[in-house]
Design a binder for this molecule. Structure first.
Ligand code: HSE
Length: 437
């Protein structure tokens, strides 16, 4: 049988990795897929030919629309990233009756509802395993492996660059900007690295995870997003002293009131496996009612780990080429007409424990006043640490860990605390999760 002809948009880090994996493992891939898979047409503005296998078998153009309009191409792999022209290219490929494989989390999180509707109407598949957690097959696990379960929550380290930065800050005391530059050089970071450090990339991925976990439409605009740029070396150190690690976590949970979707720095007890996921590695925990807690771990970024997910999607598409569109796995795990309109909770309705760091005057009664305000809001304190003032200093650093509290109440308490004359500057708050089963 003739190999399936694939069009590849992008020959950068992941595009090059995808071409290489497909060429290097061609024989085993053909045995798995039942047919050979060959990239016949690629589009790229700039690429390094010395890094890419199989270029002699491809026509390379700088016009991506030429690839999506190529009548010979059956599957388009979109690896150029960003919203535009990726969206137009994907919609054009779908309109042309081609299946699409993409690693573009921004595109899926923002425009996935429209793209999936177009794909369903045209009877083609859009596969996006590489969009979440790089090489970890978390979409497949959630959509297929756990499909017997009512998912209760999912929480993950889903940005490799951010995890790399936090790990280097903790282990080597390295400077934030210095580690970010290294992540960029290694090809982990987004084209705009603020997407990594401000949590936007993780929020894209969390939005997708939440939809697949709970069968809700993609709602990126409702995902609470906070990055790691406010984290200081001293917070990493204090968290350590308290027996915690700071990780940038995406959390989605189904509660009686609705669905939480949030991305923020999080203290996790160091005894938790996920607290020990370091460097560019990602990990996602999923708790299902039947299976209990499960954990998925692997490289979250990089050329070949991401290519691993891209190529697996291509193989899945090839295996399903002859199947009825109705009998394929639904894009968002639940049948398209069975998605639910569960409300998404605002951050003020979320309950978490909190780490607080504040600079306070070194005077009698300050701690008692702060504790009194917490008592007024029924906020229970789990641990307190006061750092000794330096020689001649009149203020001290106070670290507190609270029990779980409704965010609205914590906001009100912090407003009163920050208004005290004896509290200097804003209070640093980092939410904490036990991730208990
Ligand atoms: N910039 C992303 C990360 C790449 O660091 O995780 C993988 O999505």
């Amino acid at each position: 049988m003739e190999p399936v002809k694939v069009g590849l948009l992008g020959l950068g880090t992941v595009g090059g990795g995808t071409a290489n994996v497909l060429a290097r493992n061609a024989e085993e891939i053909a045995r798995r897929a039942g047919r050979g898979i060959r990239i016949t047409h690629a589009a790229a503005r700039e690429y390094d030919p010395s890094r890419i296998l199989g270029l002699d078998q491809m026509k390379v153009t700088d016009d991506a629309f030429e690839v999506v309009n190529d009548p010979e191409v059956e599957i388009v792999i979109e690896l150029i990233g960003g919203y535009s022209p990726a969206k137009e290219l994907v919609l054009q490929a779908i309109a042309n009756g081609k299946h699409v494989v993409t690693a573009n989390k921004a595109l899926i999180a923002l425009h996935g509802n429209e793209i999936f509707a177009a794909a369903q109407a045209r009877g083609v598949t859009v596969a996006f395993e590489a969009a979440v957690a790089g090489g970890i097959p978390i979409i497949k696990a959630l959509r297929e492996g756990l499909s017997a379960n009512r998912i209760q929550w999912a929480a993950g380290i889903i940005n490799g660059t951010g995890n790399f930065i936090l790990t280097e800050m903790r282990n080597k005391g390295r400077d934030f900007d210095d580690v970010l530059a290294e992540a960029q050089a290694l090809g982990y970071a987004e084209a705009d690295p603020t997407f990594d450090v401000e949590g936007i990339d993780a929020a894209h991925k969390l939005t997708i995870l939440a939809s697949i976990a709970f069968g809700i439409p993609l709602q990126f605009d409702k995902t609470y997003t906070e990055g790691i740029t406010r984290i200081e070396q001293q917070d990493v150190t204090y968290a350590n002293e308290l027996g915690y690690r700071i990780k940038h976590l995406g959390v989605t949970r189904k509660t009686e009131k609705g669905v939480e979707m949030r991305v923020h720095p999080t203290l996790i007890p160091e005894r938790c496996l996920i607290a020990n996921v370091d460097g560019v590695m990602n990990a996602v925990m999923v708790k299902g009612d039947a299976v209990g807690p499960t954990l998925y771990y692997g490289a979250g970024a990089g050329a070949e780990p991401t290519a691993s997910a891209v190529v697996a999607d291509v193989i899945d598409v090839v295996r399903a080429l002859t199947s009825d569109p109705e009998n394929r796995v639904p894009h968002l795990a639940f049948q398209a007409d069975e998605l639910s309109d569960l409300p998404i909770l605002g951050m003020e309705d979320v309950v978490t424990a909190c780490y607080l760091r504040m600079q306070v005057a070194d005077k009698p009664g300050v701690m008692a006043t702060i504790a009194g305000i917490f008592a007024d809001f029924d906020i229970s304190i789990e641990a307190i640490k006061q750092k000794e003032p330096g020689e001649g200093e009149t203020e001290v650093t106070l670290i507190m860990l609270t029990h779980r509290v409704l965010e609205r109440k914590m906001n009100q308490a912090l407003e009163r605390i920050e208004a005290l004359e004896t509290v200097h500057g804003p209070v640093m708050r980092i939410r904490a999760e036990a991730l208990a089963s």
